[in-house]
Design a protein around this ligand. Sequence first.
Ligand code: AP5
Length: 219
Amino acid sequence: MTNKVHILLGAPGSGKGTQAKRLVETFRLTHLSTGDILRDAVSKETELGLRVKNLMAEGKLVDDDTVNGLVFARLQDENQDVLFDGYPRTQNQAQSLQDFLSQKGIELGTVADVHVPQAVLEARVVGRRVCSNNTCGAIYHVENKPSKQQGVCDLCGSPLKHRSDDTSEAFRARMGEFNSTFQPLLAFYKDRLTFRSVDGNRAPDEVFATLETHFKENA
Ligand code: AP5
């Protein structure tokens, strides 16, 4: 089973997915994004996917029990250390995760909050395009990081898509959820020795360099 889990916290569009892709390669971690797991269920129209589809498109959070269940099932089957992206999202999820880790003897590594001013986030989210091939999942932006050929993934050649929750309306709902859950979540982690707050409003390479330093401390 996993020995250690690391966590990336941050608002919608703060760059968690972008940075997670680089961190998992550098530190040989398994990337566990609850958003990706749920979107995969939606695209496969599983029972879970059908249940959460509208909720996600509207920018609302999925209930804690469902998300905790998904995460714990993955952790049971995992052999590498794990990087969470988008989980935990609520204080309740954080407490449930901590209880699970203590019970299984898994260590909590780096907890990094990638902070970006709210005014910057909407343009990042609305302009995001993602690879439609879930195994690739490369992340682009129409202005900041365009693909070489419009609408086509540079890495695997699959079509790019616009996430259903990347509209201005859904973004505002997601920010509403974030603003009502984040302070208690931050309070849960901020006094831990392995907690770091990172300025995410810089070029991706600069953000990565800071995160890499913090992850090296707890690799
Ligand atoms: P989830 O997929 O987790 O979405 P999110 O947290 O809202 O985060 P995003 O994926 O929008 O952004 P990101 O921080 O990964 O940014 P990215 O790197 O892509 O969750 C989606 C939904 O699933 C939730 O609304 C909820 O319904 C459900 N869900 C998921 N987890 C849940 C949980 N634990 N509990 C309950 N419900 C849950 O970057 C964004 C854009 O910015 C890209 O275009 C990128 O190219 C660009 N960019 C990145 N970094 C930079 C930079 N440094 N400078 C300029 N541009 C940048």
